[in-house]
Design a protein around this ligand. Structure first.
Ligand code: UDP
Ligand code: MG
Length: 174
C-alpha cells in the first residue's frame, strides 16, 4: 500500500459535490517512555481529534535488529547505545494514520526532536523536556513513511475503511 496516494472516492458530499479524499499515510511510534507514563491514549487522541484516520494500530516489543534498521541513520552517533537500550527496553505502540498531508502535518503536531524547545501545543512540547525521551516518533518524509509503514505493518494489518464524518473533515476541493 502506498504511503501517499490520491483517490477520488466517487461519493457524494453533503452539497452533492464529489468528495476527493487525499490519502497520505504516516507512521507513529508512541515510544516506551509514553507507555510507561500512561500517555498513549492522550497522544493518540491528538491525532484522532485533528481528523486523522487510524488505519493501523499495534503494540510490540522492538528487537535490537529492528531498532538498528529503524535508526540506521543514527547507529554511529554517541547516543545510539542509549537509544537502542531505551526503545528495546519496553513495549511501544505503533500506529499508521491517514489524512491530508499526513506526513508534514503529523510532524508539526509532534514538534521538534529536542522537546525542551518544542512549542506548547505540540506533543513533545506538552509531554517531554528531553531530546532522548521525547515520547513519539513520526516519519520525516513521504519516502520514509512508505518504508517505515512496511517495516512495522504487514499489508493485512492496515485497514481501508470509510470514516462516516469525512465530509465534515475536508471540503470537496481539498
Ligand atoms: N535522539 C537522541 N539524542 C539526540 C538525538 C536524537 O536520543 O541527540 C533520539 C531521539 O529519541 C530521537 C531519535 O533519536 O527522536 C531519532 O532522531 P531524529 O534525529 O531522527 O529525530 P526525530 O525524527 O525523532 O525528531
Ligand atoms: Mg527521525
Amino acid at each position: 500500500m502506498d504511503a501517499c496516494r490520491k483517490e477520488v472516492q466517487g461519493r457524494r458530499g453533503q452539497e452533492g459535490s464529489e468528495v476527493i479524499v487525499m490519502k497520505e499515510r504516516t507512521l507513529l511510534l508512541i515510544k516506551p517512555d509514553a507507555l510507561q507514563r500512561g500517555l498513549v491514549g492522550e497522544i493518540l487522541a491528538r491525532f484522532e481529534k485533528k481528523g486523522f484516520k487510524i488505519v493501523g494500530l499495534k503494540m510490540l516489543h522492538v528487537s535490537k535488529e529492528l531498532a538498528k534498521e529503524h535508526y540506521a541513520h543514527l547507529v554511529d552517533k554517541p547516543f545510539y547505545h542509549d537509544l537502542e537500550k531505551f526503545v528495546t527496553s519496553n513495549p511501544l505502540v505503533a500506529a499508521v494514520v491517514e489524512g491530508k498531508e499526513a506526513v508534514e502535518v503529523v510532524r508539526l503536531i509532534v514538534g521538534p526532536t529536542n522537546a525542551s524547545k518544542a512549542p506548547g501545543g505540540t506533543v513533545r512540547g506538552d509531554f517531554s523536556n528531553s531530546t532522548s525521551r521525547n515520547v513519539i516518533h513520526a516519519s520525516d518524509s513521504k519516502e520514509t513513511a512508505e518504508k517505515e509503514i512496511k517495516r512495522f505493518f504487514k499489508p493485512a494489518e492496515l485497514f481501508d475503511y470509510k470514516l462516516n464524518n469525512e465530509q465534515y473533515l475536508y471540503a470537496s476541493d481539498e
